[in-house]
Every structure is written in C-alpha cells, then in structure tokens.
Design a protein around this ligand. Structure first.
Ligand code: FES
Length: 319
C-alpha cells in the first residue's frame, strides 16, 4: 500500500470495563488531524506487517484527537493483544487517514443505532454527529454486564445522554433490548445501524427485517469475522496480467496471486473492509465476505479475494 500515513502519538490511555483500552491519539507534530465522518475507521500499523482496523469513536468535529476503543480478544490473530501491550502513553504509531465504509445515510429522518459490546464505538461518533445536526435518533448499547462495558461514563455525560439506552444480560428483564418495540412502527425514512459480534448483529438485523425495514435502510459493520477457507482448489486467471494460478485447498486467492507476483491491496484480510475487491469476468465466485450486499453477491461480477473462493473450476478476474 502506498497511501500516505499519519504519525500520531498516544496521548492518553485508559483501561475501561474489562479488557478494553481507550486510546486518545494526537498528531505527533501537534497539527490538527484530518476531519472524519461518523462511522469511519483507521488502519493502525501496530507493528511491521501487523495492520488492524479500529473505528473512531470521538466527536468527528474534534480534530485535535482521534479516540478509539480496542477489546483484548484472546481469540484474535494478535492485533488487539499487540495494541494493548505496545500502545502505551507517549508511543508514536502510524495510522492511515480515516476511511468510511459505514456512513450515516444523508436522507434519514430517524436513526436507530445499536452497538453490541465493543461495537458501540462507531455508534458514539454517529451519535455526536446526529446530535449536532438536531436529528431524531436513539442509541442502544448492549453488553454482558455493566462492569465489563467501556464508555459508560462518557455516554452518561454526553450531550445526547438522554437518547442512550443500555441493556445488560445480567440485569432485569425490563431493560432488555426489545427489538419489536425498538423497530416497531418504523416510520418510512428510519435507518438502523449496527455493529458488534456477528451473532448480535444477525439477531438485530433479522429483527429489523421482520418489522419491514428495507435492505437499504439496514446498515451494518462487522468487526470480526472468522474466515472459512475450506473447499476444493480451483484456477484463477488474471486476465490483464496474463497469468494463471492454481488456488489450493485452504489457500486464499490473494496468497496464490502473490505467489506469481500479483499484489492486491489489502487491509482487513477478513472480508470486512472491501479493499481487495476485484472484478470477475468469468466464472462463479463462492462469496465468503460480509462486505458485499446480497444483491451484489448474486450478480457474481465482483469478488473479495482475501476470503472468497470459487464455485466454478475457473475464475477470470480483471487484474
Ligand atoms: S482485505 Fe478487507 S475485504 Fe479483503
């Protein structure tokens, strides 16, 4: 990747809830940071070869600081552990400019934000913006318990605190998230946004569908996906490079292409961010990402090569 990176310094670090580190990053030279849109994330270059994406959760209008929250996940591929161990106060680190794959809809008349666990982070930035716009919205924060959850103090003091509703698994039934109530009577023009563990998101999205939400009013950002790379081998033809490569069982298309010198830009390597999108000229992809919509997947004319495979024996890509 040859994008311009930003040098930032960890100005403040705070452990909140259980295993969540909240980091305030400031520009290393004291200059204002680029403005970002609510829902954006940055790539953090945690260590050589270790790049991870984290949503920004500060007020997008505050260009002095980017805030993000990182849950230490023992099941992760090492990124969150490294962030917890290495990003101490005063440490300089490189990040990408903010990128937004999870924007607020410009025409929403009402917004329902639902964050599960650490998935609350992009919702906080969205809430700041919606509040500043004077928009109608509510923010639902679900977690296993109050004591495990980060950002509660900030949300309690936020200018939009009256629109924040918390729901914890170990508290009374009366405070549990009632999807029929939250999504019921959805006025046309209501958009919903969700981020969190995939089980939580699937449940919330299904709840919205059952209440008649149109697909383009359902906005989602997965932050952790298990990549399933099982399946038989197949052939990939890189049409513009005039190269053919065999993708072995358990190997990604990305790795097979790298083996013949074809480099594809990547970021998450989990089918989440869309960076590695390639056009399909022939053949049928076996989509395993969570980035493309169902309609886009059905069209079979694009593929995310970090995680998806082929149903046909051969795929021809426009690369
Ligand atoms: S690199 Fe993120 S979807 Fe492939």
């Amino acid at each position: 990747m040859n994008e311009q990176l930003l040098n930032v310094v960890v100005r403040k670090r705070d452990i909140q809830g259980v295993d969540v580190v909240v980091l305030d990053l400031e520009s290393a030279d004291g200059a204002p940071l680029p403005r970002f849109d609510a829902g954006a994330h940055v790539d953090i270059h945690v260590a050589p070869g270790l790049v991870r994406q984290y949503s920004l959760c500060s007020d997008p209008n505050d260009v002095r600081c980017y805030r993000l929250g990182v849950l230490k996940d023992p099941a992760s591929r090492g990124g969150s552990q490294a962030v917890h161990e290495a990003l101490l106060e005063g440490r300089e680190v490189q990040i990408s400019a903010p990128r937004n794959l999870f924007p607020l809809a410009a025409d929403a008349q009402r917004s329902v934000l639902l964050g599960g666990g650490i998935g609350i982070t992009p919702m906080i930035a969205m809430a700041y913006v919606l509040h500043q716009q004077g928009a109608a919205f509510e923010l639902h924060y679900c977690g296993r318990s109050r004591s495990r959850s980060a950002f509660l103090a900030e949300l309690a003091q936020a200018p939009f605190a009256s629109r924040v509703f918390t729901h914890f698994d170990d508290e009374g039934l009366e405070q549990r998230l009632d999807l029929a109530k939250v999504f019921g009577h959805a006025a046309p023009g209501t958009h919903m946004y969700t981020c969190g563990p995939s089980g939580f998101m699937d449940w919330v999205i299904e709840g919205a569908r059952q209440q008649g939400y149109a697909e383009d009013h359902i906005h989602k950002e997965y932050f952790q996906v298990e990549v399933d790379s099982s399946g038989a081998g197949f052939e990939v033809v890189a049409a513009r490079s005039n190269k053919t490569v065999h993708v072995a069982e358990g190997q990604s298309i990305l790795d097979a292409l790298a083996g013949v010198g074809i480099k594809i830009e990547i970021s998450c390597e989990q089918g989440v961010c869309g960076t590695c999108l390639c056009e399909v000229l022939e053949g049928e992809p076996d989509h395993r990402d969570v980035y493309l919509t169902e309609d886009e997947k059905a069209a079979n004319d694009q593929i995310l090569v970090c995680c998806s495979r082929a149903k046909s024996n051969k795929l021809v890509l426009d690369i």
